[in-house]
Design a protein around this ligand. Structure first.
Ligand SMILES: Cc1ncc(C[n+]2csc(CCOP(=O)(O)OP(=O)(O)O)c2C)c(N)n1
Length: 643
């Protein structure tokens, strides 16, 4: 739904229009930009609180920088709605994250103002440094390169790796640390405490605002004056800050902390920093959700609240008269507590997604046994490996697409040592509106090729519980359980735990035209397709493999001995996934003359949309599966189908 923009915002199509305004008008621009984000996100959904928190920063950056020549890189990109609106996408913003609409994250193919595609965190400093070094190499010494990174994203190893490198490159790089003390949940770790220390250092803060200004002035006089000022600056910072400055130790020039909501002051500081050479870090203090009281108060809830009434703040939830199946993440969250009550060895680990994966329930119930380790997937895996060496059973819950970060740790630290780490991969399959960066498309392919690994996917809530129960038994070794975003299919899901034999699939229904092999929750689309097909006179059999590694060889022999038409269905990439595993089994066992069709995510990046829209686009929703069966088999008289 299109909503009107305020009087000034209406006139800003590009940053060049913003630059025509007087500095005195910028507070009004911020007000209108904030209101526009509230108006559109309340009726369209999407990330909310993070963009509200950087409104002033966004306006100030576009006012001072010469984008797109100057390179502005947003970390994660969930806070870049203001950036999108000011850079040519105001009138398309109502299509944000909707199937066929603009992306919820910066994307190079969408705009020249989007300098780097994002979605996963902590890449901005590396990317901006790469750009800065390229500019230096090309002699473009006037070009600015700015990375805007949140304090949450600063906790990741990649951010530290980039700072470490940037400190010794004499390139034109400004890192803006957007410090709101939050990730999605409250930020964690020692760095957060360090940042709070600096922010509250009174003697230093009295002095801090003038540093950038004096340095900028002296650098314009000449290199000697600048060097003297630098020395002075160092000794003052050293005396006034309680500890030595972390960023300065990495050879960054540190400025701030400054108020990230004072647009005019931000402009003054950014102009000064433009004139100071070398790597610089500006520490901005902002409030996540700024300007929308409820979001300021409950920042986690308003990170991405869904649709809401912007006046009352009521978050719109579909109302049902009957109880509904739970979200898979909540089945995980409750079941791990139940299991941990029975098994004292169980621990829970999440890299910065406690409310996203529902480990927050265990963190509350058993605070000494559940850890949010920050946005640190690699560390989460190796930390889990360390716990496992001591006989504990860590459940390391990581979204499927974020697990891509920790691949070497999975192989080197867990699988080779055959450690009993349970990887719960939430958001496996299509993630929905977050799009290509977030789809959990590859885990079956990248996990099933690792020796010692068990790779499983439950078709419903009960199976998820049983797989969790199975995985925590003695000497199971590394064990993957992948499950999707969203709700399951069972209202009555809290059933007693039962062990599932590893590598054992199951027959869901008999048939004789064609065998459909599925894995995971997408099997429920097969059930719908089968019901539709039976009514039309087709009779497919359906098997749920449950494990893509080890495969249920007995089940597959049975299938290939009885069927010469097979369809595989997976909510994962077709290349290298479950269907590929089945083809390998056929080749290895000499099954020929069998027609196999693999349905799943094709070999291209799929954009955003609702899960059912994307399944349909890729031909593996119930309709697509039914269509495939019709193409491959002959319709028979309904009455001839055995009941
Ligand atoms: C590698 C990776 N892990 C997890 C996430 C999920 N995630 C999205 S935003 C976010 C919090 C980011 O915090 P911060 O950088 O401080 O930004 P803020 O939302 O506070 O503005 C997280 C954990 C992600 N995008 N990428």
């Amino acid at each position: 739904m299109q909503v009107p923009a305020g009087n000034l915002l209406q006139k800003i199509n590009y940053p060049s229009d913003l630059k025509l305004l007087n500095e005195t008008e910028l507070e009004q621009v911020c007000k209108e930009l904030r209101q526009y984000i509230i108006d559109v996100v309340s009726v369209n959904g999407g990330h909310f609180a993070a963009s509200l928190g950087v409104v002033e920063l966004t306006v100030a950056l576009q006012y001072v920088l010469n984008t797109p020549y100057d390179q502005l890189v947003w970390d994660v990109g969930h806070q870049a709605y203001g950036h999108k609106i000011l850079t040519g996408r105001r009138d398309e913003f109502h299509t944000n994250r909707i199937h066929g609409g603009i992306s919820g994250f910066p994307k190079r193919s969408e705009s020249i103002y989007d300098t780097f595609g994002v979605g996963h965190s902590s890449t901005s400093i590396s990317a901006a440094l790469g750009m800065a070094v390229a500019s230096h190499y090309k002699g473009e010494t006037d070009r600015q390169h700015v990375a805007v990174i949140g304090d949450g994203s600063m906790t990741a190893g990649m951010a530290f790796e980039a700072l470490n490198h940037a400190g010794i490159e004499n390139s034109n790089l400004l890192v803006i640390l957007n410090d709101n003390n939050m990730a999605i949940d409250p930020n964690v770790g020692a760095l957060k405490e360090y940042l709070t220390d600096i922010t509250t250092s009174k003697p230093y803060n009295r002095f801090r605002d003038d540093i950038a200004h004096v340095l900028a002035k002296l650098s314009s006089i000449g290199p000697d004056a600048f060097k003297v000022a630098q020395k002075l600056e160092k000794s003052i910072k050293g005396t006034l800050l309680k500890r030595s400055n972390f960023f300065e130790a990495l050879k960054f020039r540190y400025f701030g902390p400054i108020d990230g909501h004072d647009v005019n002051h931000l402009i003054k500081v950014l102009k000064d920093l433009r004139d100071i050479p070398g790597p610089k870090l500006l520490h901005c203090i902002t409030v996540k959700g700024k300007g929308y009281a409820l979001a300021e108060k409950d920042q986690t809830k308003w990170h991405a609240p869904g649709l809401f009434d912007k006046i009352t703040g009521e978050i719109k939830k579909t109302k049902y008269d009957k109880p509904q199946p739970p979200k898979y993440q909540d089945v995980f969250g409750h079941s791990i507590i139940e299991l941990a009550e029975q098994n004292p060895k169980i621990m829970g680990i999440t890299p910065a997604m406690p409310s996203g994966c529902s480990l927050n329930l265990m963190m509350k119930a058993m605070s000494n046994r559940a850890f949010d380790v920050g946005i640190a997937e690699q560390h989460a895996v190796t930390f889990s490996a360390g716990l496992a060496t001591q006989g504990l059973v860590p459940f390391c819950n990581i979204y499927s697409s974020f697990m891509q970060r920790a691949y070497d740790q999975v192989i080197h630290d867990v699988a080779i040592q055959k450690l009993n780490v349970v990887f719960c991969l939430d958001r496996a399959g299509f993630a929905g509106a977050d799009g290509a960066t977030h789809h959990g498309a590859y885990d079956m392919a990248y996990m099933r090729c690792i020796p010692n690994m068990v790779v499983s996917a439950p078709m419903n809530e009960e199976e998820l519980r049983n797989l969790m129960f199975t995985a925590q038994q003695e000497n199971m070794g590394p064990f993957v359980i992948r499950y999707p975003r969203g709700n399951g299919v069972m209202v009555d899901w809290q059933r007693p735990f039962k062990a599932i034999p590893v590598g054992k699939g199951r027959k869901v229904c008999d048939g004789d035209d064609v065998a459909i092999l599925s894995i995971g929750a997408i099997g429920n689309e097969v059930i719908k397709a089968t019901a539709e097909l039976n009514a039309e006179g087709y009779n497919p059999a359906h098997y749920d493999l449950r494990f893509v590694k080890p495969l249920d060889e007995a089940l597959l022999h049975d299938v290939f001995k009885n069927f010469n038409k097979v369809i595989t269905v997976e909510d994962g990439c077709v290349e290298g996934g479950m269907g590929s595993a089945v083809l390998e089994f056929m080749a290895d066992n000499g099954y020929t003359n069998i027609q196999v069709k693999r349905l799943g995510i094709p070999d291209k990046f799929i954009e955003h949309g609702d899960q059912p829209e994307l399944w349909a686009d890729c031909g593996f929703d119930a309709n697509g599966i039914a269509r495939q069966v019709r193409n491959m088999t002959e319709k028979r008289n309904v009455n001839t189908i055995a009941s």
